[in-house]
Design a binder for this molecule. Structure first.
Ligand SMILES: [Zn+2]
Length: 404
């Protein structure tokens, strides 16, 4: 069953509202100038989001799926053809829960985090899902699950997390231990249990409450959100602050403030990783990650690195690796099989088309591509792959070679 949240200020309504000469008959009505109506849209979005964020007693009871459905979903999660947009809502939610359930089968994971799957993680995920705007054609919960599943596939391939098929094990208590020793040299081993958990949480929460507009649009339109953050990664700062708030609500505060692993606190790692998903800081990330690879080549042993850089080197490796994993997963659409990739490209185009329409109505510069011309859409994809996706993936492959 799909959600029934009222479509008070959604992008579908926006289509109607701005249709024709910019004075359609949608929820915005006939009167008022565009600036006023846009301000109403933002206010409505803001109120709706803060209402859902602050809901203290969102009841949640996981649905018991039939055994055959659960098995089918487990197999689909293990596939690179994963298509969350084809799943009914309750199955998409179940898939998310199962990825965390399998994560908690890692020996000592639960003790190390001091969290309960049933009482904290499941209600937290359920709450986050409600804050995602299902009206967005791209930045919705399906995208979040897609990014989480991709992150899982990366970490499973690197021998850092168990296959989700561990859930098919007859023994519900069966646990899994990685063969890889913590901080033993290869970059991937710099992730401990808490850092792996952070990557999972960021994957599912990194776009929470996304309004369906880009940072550049928000800046050009002088939205309050963009002004508050001085036009710097306004969306990502908002995602991060909401994610932290909801996490604290479910008792994850002590974990966020934890510094016992000897590096910075967990909250800092989480924030840095969310902020790295802003593509406007992509160039800076690539430079920093390249310099980490060069330093590793110059000083391949852990002892040598500590001698040179002190304990700070572990923190630097953790942040850059978490950011790299998240960025790769966030822009992984073109790496998926063609038909899957095609779905995501069309979904993003739908969101951009709504924004371009609004830019036109508000006399703002057009900053995104509109759908309608298949050739320019294809060229847009080729440009994105050549400029961002491929160089990023090549650099990460260099840093994390297939050595397992
Ligand atoms: Zn994203």
């Amino acid at each position: 069953m799909k959600h029934t949240r009222p479509r008070s200020a959604d992008l579908g309504g926006l289509h109607l509202a701005t249709a024709g000469s910019g004075f359609g008959q949608g929820w915005l009505g006939y009167s008022g100038d565009m600036q006023t109506r846009f301000a109403e849209l933002l206010t409505s979005m803001y109120t709706e989001t803060s209402n859902v964020v602050n809901e203290r007693d969102a009841e949640f009871a996981p649905t018991d799926l039939p055994a055959e459905t659960r098995t089918r979903l487990i197999h689909s999660l293990d596939s690179w053809n994963f298509e969350p947009h084809k799943l009914p809502d309750e199955e998409a939610l179940a898939c998310t829960m199962m990825l965390f359930e399998a994560l908690f089968r890692i020996e000592h994971m639960q003790d190390s985090l001091g969290l309960s799957l049933k009482d904290q993680i499941y209600p937290l995920i359920h709450h986050l899902r409600r804050i995602y705007r299902w009206e967005n054609t791209y930045h919705n919960f399906e995208h979040a699950l897609d990014v989480l599943q991709c992150t899982y596939i990366f970490l499973r391939s690197a021998g850092m997390v168990p296959s989700v098929s561990i859930l098919l094990d007859e023994d519900p208590q069966s646990s899994w231990t990685s063969q890889r020793q913590f901080d033993s040299g290869p970059l991937m081993t710099c992730l401990g249990l808490k850092e792996i958990f952070v990557v999972y949480i960021v994957a599912i929460g990194h776009d929470v409450a996304h309004p369906g507009f880009t940072n550049l649009f928000m800046k050009n339109a002088e939205t309050p959100l963009s002004m508050v953050y001085d036009g710097k990664s306004a969306l990502e700062q908002m995602h991060c602050s909401l994610l932290l708030k909801v996490m604290r609500h479910y008792g994850l505060g002590p974990l966020l403030d934890d510094t016992s692993s000897g590096t910075q606190c967990v909250k800092k790692l989480l924030s840095e990783t969310v902020l790295a998903t802003d593509m406007s800081v992509h160039g800076a990330f690539m430079k920093n990650f390249k310099s980490l690879i060069d330093d590793d080549l110059a000083e391949p042993t852990r002892e040598g690195r500590i001698g040179k850089e002190g304990e700070g080197q572990l923190w630097r490796r953790q942040v850059l690796l978490c950011e790299a994993l998240m960025k790769c997963a966030d822009i992984s659409n073109p790496f998926r099989p063609y038909h899957v990739s095609q779905h995501w490209a069309a979904a993003l185009m739908g969101e951009w088309t709504s924004q371009a329409m609004l830019e036109k109505c508000m006399d703002l510069p057009t900053t995104v591509q509109c759908s309608g011309d298949p050739l320019s859409e294809a060229n847009g994809q080729v440009f994105f792959i050549d400029t961002f996706a491929k160089p990023l993936l090549e650099l990460v492959v260099e840093a994390v070679p297939g050595e397992y």
